[in-house]
Design a binder for this molecule. Structure first.
Ligand SMILES: Nc1ncnc2c1ncn2[C@@H]1O[C@H](COP(=O)(O)OP(=O)(O)O)[C@@H](O)[C@H]1O
Ligand SMILES: [Mg+2]
Length: 282
């Protein structure tokens, strides 16, 4: 089976896309999954947040416009199970250059195909820029799943409608044949405010099967971790933010495995196996 590709997208900036992508990737790696994180945002926050330099020429730009293999630009991180395709500011030019290229919506699909066909990774996660431009559309066309981080704020529902419209159009046009909504993750949840609770309630009532039970709290530690070049579980393994992203990773895997609600015992056994420490026999 080809490697599942998950795009993490929301046209709005500052909603927790990059935080969710980096921290979910690290938590999946902790659960013994091999993950490739692709930073498709010219701001390169995921790149620096995981301790990698923003190096000229290191982004996926060239790969999107040529037939060079993507494997050439995959970088290792401190975590042996987490690899990264970095970004840097040059990638901003790709919005224009890719738009002029042949098969402009499928450039990323084509770049990822050889890699997704191998067994090298369990998941490929793509961090999208805060727009529904050409780069994000390429991510949506390449993906099987769209994971939408949503800040717990008043306009959340409108924001989801906007992105779902784009997904619908790409789907109907045949450009994104495999794309389905993977899930909606509510970020910056503040237990003390009624607004957070109301927004979660509203999204839950509209998308009961899509919203994750795991809520990501508003947390200073989550905001600090990237400036140290670390995912939250490496920066402060015991904080509430780390617990929330660990829970999200568990729920993400459970849903992907599930569907037909496997026996609880079997699931628990599989979970224990996944959570086994480094070096344990698989
Ligand atoms: N749960 C959270 N609690 C507090 N700050 C957060 C949280 N998630 C993200 N942030 C911070 O908010 C800002 C925007 O988050 P980011 O993940 O970069 O969003 P996006 O990728 O959608 O623009 C960053 O400074 C980040 O550190
Ligand atoms: Mg971002």
């Amino acid at each position: 089976m080809p490697t599942p590709i998950i795009a993490i997208a929301n046209q709005k900036g500052g909603v927790g896309k990059t935080t969710t992508e980096s921290d979910l990737a690290a938590c999946l790696a902790e659960r013994r999954k091999k993950v490739l994180l692709i930073d498709l945002d010219p701001q390169a926050n995921a790149t620096s947040g995981l301790g990698l330099a923003k190096t000229e020429g290191a982004s996926i730009y060239d790969i999107l416009l040529s037939d060079k293999p993507i494997a050439d630009i995959v970088q290792k991180t401190a975590d042996a199970r987490l690899d990264v395709v970095a970004s840097e500011v040059d990638l901003a030019g790709a919005e224009i250059d890719v738009a002029r290229a042949e098969h402009y919506l499928q450039r990323l699909t084509m770049a990822l195909e050889p890699l997704a066909a191998q067994d090298r990774y369990d998941f490929i996660l793509i961090d999208c820029p805060p727009s529904l431009g050409i780069l994000t559309m390429n991510a949506l066309c390449a993906a099987d799943g769209l994971l939408i981080p949503m800040q717990c704020e008043y306009y959340a529902l409108e924001g989801i409608s906007t992105i779902l419209n784009t997904v619908g159009k790409l789907h109907d046009s045949g450009a994104a044949p495999r794309l389905a909504v993977e899930g909606i993750v509510m970020t910056m949840f503040d237990m003390r405010t009624n607004l957070s609770q109301q927004v979660v309630g509203e999204i839950k009532s509209h998308f009961p099967d899509k919203i994750y039970e795991s809520l990501i709290p508003r947390s200073v530690r989550l905001a600090e971790a990237p400036s140290h070049g670390l995912p939250i579980i490496a920066y402060d393994a015991n904080c509430t933010g780390a617990a929330a992203y660990r829970q999200l990773a568990r729920e993400f895997l459970k849903r992907r495995k599930g569907g037909e609600a496997p026996a609880e015992a079997a699931l628990e056994a599989a979970e224990k196996d996944e959570a086994a420490p480094e070096g344990a026999p698989s």
